[in-house]
Design a protein around this ligand. Structure first.
Ligand code: 5RP
Length: 220
């Protein structure tokens, strides 16, 4: 089975977590795209969707799924999104698509975060995937110096501007022994908008697609 087929399996299983008549939070990336395509089959049974990126909003709209502005929404029963890495505690590295700020905002109001991944994303320890950090452009050099002090090697994502008009630093070589502590430390650097560490608010459910089927991890 290809990686894309695995991603699609996890994504389609996530449709079972969508509550009929309610709004669903939708993530960003190739796995989330499979979810959006599946969601189209039940679009008349949901109130609508909140998107975590312009790309996902376009794909949802292309399927005729009603889009709601995050500011109109007080709470969400469920948020469905992929990850770049996820560990046993369901802490994640996200932001491979540079959308982690909006992803974190939507995840913050969701009651249940369902992470959909192929098996390659499950790791013992976070950090092989460079940690994406969204930064205000004028703070790039200063934030980079602070990240070096934390033991990282920040690399500017070339030619990439986030949906919020900011830059992404991909930080290599970080020792992520304490994901929640590092998330707090990085988010506290002036000029950082959002780190791609999702540890304080990790996933509640992981649907991990393997060659032997989709495994469900549920800590909700
Ligand atoms: C985007 C993300 C994605 O969830 C993450 O990059 C995984 O992407 P994919 O599903 O394409 O493997 O955090 O910012």
């Amino acid at each position: 089975m290809t990686q894309d087929e695995l991603k699609q399996q996890a994504a389609l299983l996530a449709l079972d977590y969508v509550i009929e008549g309610k709004i669903v939070g939708v993530g960003t990336g190739s796995t989330a795209n499979f979810f959006i395509d599946g969601l189209a089959t039940m679009k008349d049974r949901i109130e609508g969707a909140v998107a975590s990126s312009e790309a996902s909003a376009r794909r949802l709209a292309g399927h005729g799924i009603r889009l709601l502005d995050m500011n109109e929404v007080e709470s969400l029963p469920v948020y469905i999104d992929g990850a770049d890495e996820i560990d046993a505690s369901l802490a994640m590295i996200k932001g491979g698509g540079g959308a982690q700020t909006r992803e974190k905002i939507v995840a913050a109001v969701a009651r249940t975060f369902v992470c959909i991944c192929d098996a390659s994303k499950k790791v013992e320890r976070l950090g092989r995937f460079p940690l994406p950090i969204e930064v205000i452009p004028m703070a790039r050099a200063q934030v980079s110096r602070e990240l070096v002090r934390l033991g990282g090697r920040p690399v500017l994502r070339d030619g990439f501007i986030t949906d919020n008009g900011n830059l992404i630093l991909d930080v290599h070589d970080l020792a992520i022994d304490d994901p929640a502590g590092l998330e707090i430390a990085i988010d506290g650097i002036v000029g950082v908008v959002t780190s791609g560490l999702f540890a304080k608010r990790g996933a509640d459910v992981l649907l991990l697609a393997t060659a032997d089927g989709v495994i469900t991890y549920d800590r909700s």
